[in-house]
Design a protein around this ligand. Structure first.
Ligand SMILES: C[S@@+](CC[C@H](N)C(=O)[O-])C[C@H]1O[C@@H](n2cnc3c(N)ncnc32)[C@H](O)[C@@H]1O
Length: 238
């Protein structure tokens, strides 16, 4: 299935991420969460060269399935899913340290035990996941990189979808959201052309209406306030 797999040598890891890693300085409480809580919740780092992350011992107590959220932002959606699906382990990837601190606060408030964090670019981790290791993947409001010369930075690419096909179990779900019309067209074109994914919807409102088990993210709230309407995409891996 794979056509455009990226080779994850160490240099590539550091050059591929183009977003922000830091925002305003962390407050004392946030810094304390990063120092005291994060170490216990870290995902094992992806192998530097070719290799596979063993998911079997990552969650304690063991979970029935593993989900992944890429670019969780402030972590509201991830924390909601973890709270409502205690039998599932959720791995969150986010290189923006202020977002990681925000998720740690949600985890502490909710007493959540089923979350692990990869505080970095998701792609090296995804490359190292075992085939069929995930039941769901969430990519909500990824950076749209609207300029044509930056389209190569978009996470959704044919090679990325091929990799999603590999790491998802048969019947697994890929959920995406965007409020950027250009990126929506881009996503739909690649997803509908992919032989390994099928849209779960049947009518237009399945694209425009958020499902009950799909809480609003911080970015989405802001987009709505500014008059932009998000689209919700759910595709099943078959
Ligand atoms: C527009 S924000 C959306 C955040 C969140 N999903 C929401 O809806 O509120 C995009 C997020 O993706 C993260 N991101 C960008 N590239 C990433 C990558 N390669 N791996 C993991 N996260 C990434 C950014 O740091 C940022 O927090």
């Amino acid at each position: 299935m794979r056509t455009g797999a990226v080779s994850w040598d160490v240099d590539a890891r550091h050059s591929l991420f183009h977003g922000r890693r830091k925002g305003r300085p962390l407050r004392q409480g946030q810094q304390a969460l990063i120092e005291n809580r994060l170490p216990d919740l870290l995902m094992p780092p992806p192998p530097e060269t070719v290799g596979t992350v063993d998911l079997s011992g990552v969650f304690d107590p063991p979970v029935r399935a593993v989900w992944l959220e890429i670019g969780f932002g402030g972590g509201e959606h991830l924390a909601w899913q973890a709270e409502h699906n205690p039998d599932v382990g959720i791995i969150g990837c986010e290189p923006f340290v202020n977002g990681v601190a925000s998720l740690l606060r949600h985890i502490a408030h909710g007493g959540l035990r089923n979350v692990r964090i990869h505080p970095d670019d998701a792609r090296p981790l995804i490359e190292a996941l075992p085939s069929g290791g995930l039941e769901r993947v969430f990519l909500l409001h990824p950076d749209p990189w609207p300029k044509r010369r930056h389209h190569g930075r978009r996470l959704v690419q044919r090679g990325w979808l091929d990799r999603m096909w590999e790491v998802l179990v048969p019947g697994g779900l890929l959920r995406l959201a965007t409020d950027d019309v250009g990126y929506l067209r881009w996503m739909l074109a690649r997803l509908t052309a992919h032989p390994g994914f099928r849209w779960t919807g049947t009518q237009l409102t399945d694209l425009t209406d958020r499902r009950a088990d799909w809480p609003e993210t911080r970015y989405e709230t802001k987009a709505r306030r500014q008059g932009r309407s998000p689209a919700y995409l759910e595709f099943r891996r078959h």
